[in-house]
Design a protein around this ligand. Structure first.
Ligand code: UFG
Length: 340
């Protein structure tokens, strides 16, 4: 086992939702961490919160990963062992409105990172992929062998293309890459010092639920109850963001310990449990003792009926498994909401 304290991990988007939780776990595990974030969808105070939780300070650069010259300077100053690349635009709806912006931002940043990883003898890259690559899977749970279907949004397309570009670039063999396909990340750190900070009215279920319970929003709309599921509402695989952060550590470890079986690997990161929207509402009310006003509305265009993960490959090869349950996810999101 390598001494992790000698290893440096550069985290792009390290002040974002998943990035900040991952930076905390890396610092606590003893890695040196360099955070690069342009604050386009994150807040500077999260940096101070990370230090408060971890009692250690990462190096911080306020730069855009699309700025190759700025990024080159960072790689000149530091010997980086692994890069975790979170920085990207992530709103499905916005990507349908502004596809070119999503291709430019998400692909140019990835191409820059690949160039820098290659030029600077970095051992490997961990890439934020998404269950969105599966679209509406024909067979459930989705395994890593489940084929891609044509993406419905530019966001989904950049994740599919990102994985394909990584596979091609790593095939020439100088560095390793692990793409993690996240299912539905929710929850917040147990200290309630960091969590999700959605801009404007949230699109995602969890922040919509907590903001409604808090009285910031009038009512939750359940998008359709006529799906072919136990109660008619959509099924998703919700995963606690701290479990997800730990999956990134497992991927770093695999790269550093030279355990990768191929130049480019992919892993599903979910719990394997499918939960409906109505089950989330009931569980939220039971856990928090708050009444959640909701109504049944029309289906949301583009929503898949049911998506959940087979994460047994991650369990076997990354030695990672989700340990936090739905109650933990709800409790921590609610505690975080109450600090905002
Ligand atoms: N939902 C509601 N009401 C709301 C918000 C959501 O009923 O106000 C429902 C949705 O219909 C869906 C479920 O709650 O059934 C979860 O919706 P989210 O928007 O939270 O998450 P999605 O599964 O739609 O999206 C997630 C990620 C995306 C990713 C997508 C596909 O947030 O980044 O999975 O993998 F692209």
């Amino acid at each position: 086992m390598m001494n992790m304290t000698e290893k440096t991990v550069l985290v792009t988007g390290g002040l974002g939702y998943i990035g900040s939780h991952t930076v905390v776990e890396l610092l606590v595990a003893g890695y040196q961490v360099i955070v690069v974030d342009n604050l386009s969808n994150s807040e500077r105070f999260i940096f101070d919160r990370i230090i408060k939780i971890a009692q250690k300070e990462p190096v911080f650069y306020q730069d855009d990963v699309c700025d190759l010259a700025a990024m080159s300077n960072i790689f000149k100053k530091h010997q980086v062992d692994v890069v975790i690349h979170f920085a990207a635009f992530k709103s499905v709806g916005e990507s349908v409105e502004k596809p070119l912006l999503y291709y430019q931002n998400n692909l140019i940043s990835l191409l820059n990172i690949l160039q820098l990883v290659q030029e600077n003898s970095v051992e490997g890259l961990v890439f934020s992929s998404s269950a969105t690559v599966y679209g509406e899977p024909d067979v459930l749970p989705a395994t890593e062998e489940t084929p891609f279907i044509k993406a419905l949004s530019a966001y989904g397309s950049t994740k599919q293309m990102g994985e394909e570009i990584i596979e091609m670039v790593t095939s020439s063999g100088v560095f390793k890459a692990i793409s993690l396909r996240y299912f539905n990340p929710v929850g917040a750190h147990e200290t309630a010092l960091i969590g999700e900070l959605p801009k404007g009215i949230p699109n995602n279920l969890f922040p919509y639920v907590t903001q409604t319970a808090k009285g910031k929003l009038a009512m939750l709309t359940v998008f359709g109850d006529d799906y072919n599921t136990v109660d008619g509402t959509c099924v998703r695989d919700y995963i606690h963001v701290v479990d997800l952060a730990k999956a990134h550590l497992a991927a770093c470890r695999r790269i550093i310990n030279q355990e990768c079986q191929s130049a480019s690997e992919v892993y599903n990161i979910g719990t394997g449990n499918g939960t409906t929207v109505l089950e989330i509402i009931k569980q939220f009310e039971a856990t928090t003792d708050k009444l959640l006003p909701y109504k049944i509305g029309a289906r949301r265009p583009g929503d898949a009926e049911a998506v959940y993960a087979d994460s047994s490959k991650a369990e076997k090869e990354l030695l990672w498994k989700a340990t936090l349950n739905l109650k933990d996810m709800i409790q921590s999101s609610w505690a975080w909401e109450n600090t905002l």
